[in-house]
Design a protein around this ligand. Sequence first.
Ligand SMILES: [Cu+2]
Length: 357
Amino acid sequence: MKSTLITTTVAAAILSTTQLVGHEYESARPDSHAPIQVMSDHTHQKGEWMVSLRAMRMDMDGMRSGEDNQSSQDVFAANYTVTPTRMTMDMTMLGVMYAPSDSVTFMAMIPQIETKMDHEIFGMAAPLIALNDGSTTFQTRSSGLGDLKLAALTPIRKTENSRAHVTLGFSLPTGSIGEKGIIPGPGGRIARQMPAPMQLGSGTVDFTPGITISTQMETWSYGAQANGRIRLGKNHHNYRLGHTLQATSWVATKVSSNVSLSGRLAYQYTEGLSGTQSDLSFTPPFAQTRRTVTTAFSENYGGQRVDAAIGLNYYVNSGDLSGNRIALEYSIPIHEDLKGYQLSVDSVATLGWQFAW
Ligand SMILES: [Cu+2]
């Protein structure tokens, strides 16, 4: 599966360079937008509006340290009392784009997030942290609005068949970082502050610059984007999530005037978390030499990942529904190198709808 994705992407890249036929850039093509998991990938012309809705699910399963999978027993042996085992994040993202002129397109995006995380407790510790029912697992949940993203996109280059633009954006801390979950511990199963991965926002204002290029051939297209997320300051829970750097490149083939298929590779680097998360407990009350949960400790944050993705884009170019786009993309990591002990990504699936007028 993984090698097929890479082969497809590489083959598509080679094929696309053999068809260097001059041709006018067309925005009414199924592949004139990047695969749906890529954000702020295109600009609009003066007076145009676009709304979009994306449903994204990220599944994480099993722990990993560096490039190696770790069992719960491995994590307990590293002195942790609780380990995450699975996590699912569902995000519904609403976006609006508007171009007041040809030289700038504004974009706003807000996600609704729903997260679940399953945990396992070191067997010998379970009765000591008020789990007298013999269970050694628990689940935490959070849901609500995430961080609002605002950006301005400016075209910097237009040739006959290619486009490039820069993005300058900010992410505002509208998502809560004070989410509590029912967590076992001293006093029983009560609501306690959850670690950063279960929070809905970063708690910081983040600067999000980016650059995107895309080129169209007659039946093929390709593009690339690099973007960063620079966290400004520290949040009110005394930590700052790591800065991130992402680079991605895709190729798409136009199967018909309505349908395109895409292959994409994406690299993501995430710096570690800095600071010490406030309102969490770091040592269990019964054993001062042990640690609580991996996600409480800064050393278990950051790393890098390479994802391979396949996508399908459908564009309605005639009739009453003209201008509607529907797109699907599914990605899996082909390389994942994580600092400390962290949950490993299994897959990310996104279904999106876009409509411009
Ligand atoms: Cu748009």
